[in-house]
Design a binder for this molecule. Structure first.
Ligand SMILES: Cc1cc2nc3c(=O)[nH]c(=O)nc-3n(C[C@H](O)[C@H](O)[C@H](O)COP(=O)(O)OP(=O)(O)OC[C@H]3O[C@@H](n4cnc5c(N)ncnc54)[C@H](O)[C@@H]3O)c2cc1C
Length: 232
């Protein structure tokens, strides 16, 4: 087993190993969940792994969507047809292996006892899922922005929390219509809560500006950018 240490995350016991695919499920038109053998990997909710491609230019980061005590590693990902690694990932079948390393990242829960507002776009909801799998009693409000209802990943798991699904391309009576930023602009935001933002950088910039405008102090805002949108 290789033990890698990196300068920016000195306290993590980073390991590189091959993991077997336990299950691979298509959740929506482009949303997939890859379930991998854990092989003893220890991590805090909110950390990520690198999935390794054919060479280092193909390596990509993925948040672990499962909880700290769950049997397997669950990875929620979006198939990007023009991308490099995800067209390879979608071909993985049960029993195949993939090289991974981790844990990495700093998007961990700062204080599980405090009210949490989690604002996500698309697969950016993955760390929030790891948080509730690990801390089921969280005082959580989730604002999840996606295009269409079928991309409301893990919806059933979030039902017992305060859940604000926002659809930008489809009108449904059970969801808000529009972007998360528009929805948040109309919400009363508690000053004492911690705000976690994850997903598209465009959303993160807009929501950060809105939170500051609404008087939330920067020390209560934590962000994890995944990608810039290919289209809006
Ligand atoms: C810290 C971190 C954590 C991440 N965690 C996850 C995760 O849990 N799940 C996940 O799906 N992705 C996650 N990503 C993004 C992931 O690393 C890849 O970039 C993504 O899977 C696309 O890989 P690719 O090689 O197929 O495409 P690339 O060649 O890397 O990207 C092509 C283009 O696709 C667009 N794109 C990338 N990802 C998405 C997306 N999810 N939705 C819409 N457009 C996208 C971007 O415009 C990008 O420039 C994370 C990224 C970072 C930095």
């Amino acid at each position: 087993m290789d033990i890698l240490k990196t300068a920016n995350v000195p306290d993590l016991d980073v390991q590189r190993k091959c993991a077997r695919v336990v299950r691979h499920v298509r959740l929506s038109e482009t949303g997939y969940e890859l379930v991998l053998e854990r092989n003893g990997l220890v991590f805090d909710a909110g950390r990520l792994i690198t999935l390794h491609g054919r060479d280092v230019t193909e390596d990509r980061s993925y948040t672990i969507a499962s909880g700290e005590r769950d049997e397997h590693l669950h990875i929620l990902y979006r198939y990007v047809p023009a991308g490099v690694l995800t067209p390879q990932l979608i071909r993985l079948r049960e029993g195949d292996t993939i090289e991974l390393s981790g844990p990495y990242g700093q998007f961990v829960l700062r204080d599980p006892k405090r009210p949490i507002w989690f604002i996500a776009t698309g697969t950016g909801v993955a760390p929030c899922h790891a948080y509730i799998r690990t801390h089921p009693s969280l005082d959580l409000t989730l604002v999840h922005g996606v295009r269409t209802e079928d991309d409301l990943f893990y919806r059933a798991d979030f039902a017992r929390y305060t859940y604000h699904p926002c659809l930008s391309k489809e009108r449904k009576s059970s969801c808000h219509f529009g972007h998360v930023t528009d929805h948040l602009a109309a919400c009363d935001l508690p000053a004492e809560a911690h705000y976690y933002l994850c997903g598209a950088y465009e959303m993160i910039y807009d929501v950060q500006a809105l939170l500051l405008e609404k008087g939330i102090t920067p020390d209560r805002i934590f962000v994890e950018g995944y990608y810039y949108r290919l289209e809006t």
